[in-house]
Design a protein around this ligand. Sequence first.
Ligand code: AMP
Ligand code: GLY
Length: 424
Amino acid sequence: MNVLILGAGGREHALSWKISQSSILNKLFVAPGNAGTANIATNVDLLVTDFDAIANFCLANNIEMIVVGPEAPLVEGIHDYFEQHEQLNKISIIGPKKLGATLEGSKRFAKEFMMKHHIPTAKYKAFTKDTLEEGYNFLENLTAPYVLKADGLAGGKGVLILNDIDKAKEGLTEMLTQDKFGEAGNEVVIEEFLDGIELSVFVLTDGDSYKILPEAKDYKRIGEGDTGLNTGGMGAISPVKFADSLFMTKVESQIVTPTIQGFKKDGIDYKGFVFIGLMNVNGNPYVIEYNVRMGDPETEVVIPRIKSDLLDLFEGVATNTLSERDLEISDQTVCTVMAVSGGYPETYEKGKEITGLESVTESIPFHAGTKSVNEKVHTNGGRVIAVSSMGRNTKEALEKSYTSLAKISYEAMYYRKDIGFDLD
Ligand code: AMP
Ligand code: GLY
């Protein structure tokens, strides 16, 4: 099979690393990719939302399957676009159509879906600038902290969690009337605060059956001890101890099954990943958000734990035969530690030469923001390299990642030294 992966981060490097090992792969392309994917696939200079250019490339290169990494092409309808064009509709797309992608594209839509299908989530109400006063009243009837979410896509930055009622009203006013978070904030979901520990659960579905992939914990804050600004993710670990079989049984019966059945009931044709961000509140799972793609950096720990052929599973998704495919998961622990550019998640510089990657032997350095320049690897983003390692336990896996990170160097390199501090 000829496969095109869309995206340029650590998630896409991890997906290409795994797919490149498949016995049914012929040629692998990544658009636009990075210096890591260039070593195992052919990078193609395409914008992930330029559907015409992607279509032309697919036709010229006999692409049979597109694996969509990030959410933007899905929310903009890449799956619908390919299905609607006669020459393109034989190409399988791993990722939902626009309607399914709305689960990530609109928080209100996701909340309504959960309410309708009795999926546990925080109580909420949605407001627009015409209902601002009602929003203030709703806030007054909640207790602190107050959770305000821009309805639309805001690059993971559209959530405010505030302790003070006046600050919460100010935040709501700024989102609804002053374009804080731009158009994404034209509608705001206000919800009850859930006090617990977060977990990322991943499901692969062909629309009828599903497989639950390894779960992971993501470390989102820039600073050690989970302090400072939110980032795209500074590290991840899988498996997660508190996600034991009792907890995961609740996740499956209360969340995963009703979600997949909800798709069918609502006529949502869903083929791809469902990423369920949830909170464990006193042993019970509540959905915080749905994403319609894999997480990053969670993919860098989830994928190495999958022993089965990922392309075979994807073929099962495309042909509605997922239930006939095997998913074998390693019981080893995988951790990843993200090295970032100094200054991230605020301003940072790019174009710094990265050295030492070739001396990493015990870990897989998944490239997140890198670029090849004259045979050298340069930094090309905030998150630069996710160093993933496998071990018998969290401690062993982490030691390998930290040993490997000590061999890698670039100007103003930073990474958290305490990933996993709250586990084991
Ligand atoms: P989201 O963009 O929905 O993932 O929200 C970003 C982060 O805000 C989440 O990862 C949680 O840490 C936090 N968060 C979102 N909703 C809630 C909630 N209802 N209660 C507590 N924390 C929340
Ligand atoms: N790591 C969280 C995300 O990918 O959204």
